[in-house]
Design a binder for this molecule. Sequence first.
Ligand code: IPD
Length: 333
Amino acid sequence: MAAPEFSQEQLDEIYAFAVDLGRKAGQLLLESVEKRLDGGSQTIEEKDSAVDIVTQTDEDVEAFIKSSIHDRYPAHKFLGEESYAKGQSREYLIDEQPTWCIDPLDGTVNFTHIFPMFCVSIGFIVKHRPVIGVIYAPFQDQLFSSCVNRGAWLNEKRRLPLIHKPSIPPMPPTAPGKCILSCEWGKDRRDIPDGNMYRKIESFLNLAAETGSRGGKGGMVHGVRSLGSATLDLAYTAMGSFDIWWEGGCWEWDVAAGIAILLEAGGLVTTANPPENPETDPIEEYKLGSRLYLGISRPAGPSETETGRQSQERTVREVWKRVRQLDFSRPGA
Ligand code: IPD
């Protein structure tokens, strides 16, 4: 099934529009960097804290995307990071209506430092389900995209995950060992004993430490990576370059497009927070507004002993055994 109330043909048309929009918006991001390289200045405003920032470029690109969508699809709802941030409510606003959920500039801190990991993120959601995703990172000229039933793609010609011939590799039998873990420090820097920041760090430590250490929690992952953009973390997980993404604290516009792309590539998305019995409790589907999306496995193929899905689920449980619960509750989610 494509998505309730939209035919595949309609979705294909919306997809083509979203890809074109992503490229144009990414070009605006690049032009803004080029102006700076030519000596132009940059205005940075702080939102909730000194690490939660917005530039004029975020605002301009969001305005461009919003008006383009409004002109083409006036009946669709729009939710963008910057217009949302201006309201004081932290409520989850996505409902049953077809909704565009966008971040004009994910990785704003990277952008201000000209660290190339920044992008525009455009997700189209039908009945709470991201069905189309477009992510464009203009500095690297990487466009990630997907539409339900049409596959996930890099630059519209390389199918994701990148390695799928002769088949998609299964998750390593020792996972999280031999996996690359992607995670972010995030913006909650409150120095509260056993607060979110401490719990994240303890979880990173467990996953990174040598096997058998830390009371059996040492996961000995191959590597730990933080791109500084939740959106690009997801895109790299869909590529298969990252195996596990574990994250708490980001918002629906940071992940809507990336979740669409990862799912279409064959990944698994659930919640970051381990249930009471990580070994046996059901692996629930992620909730878009939860801010605790993740524990994500990359696309995985079968081995002699497991299906791809079984190897993803095994990995989720192994991650859950090693991570702490995070608290990012909010109204309406
Ligand atoms: C942020 C980035 C970051 C993640 C934060 C996000 P922004 O988005 O995705 O990696 O850790 O939670 O808010 O502010 O750069 O658009």
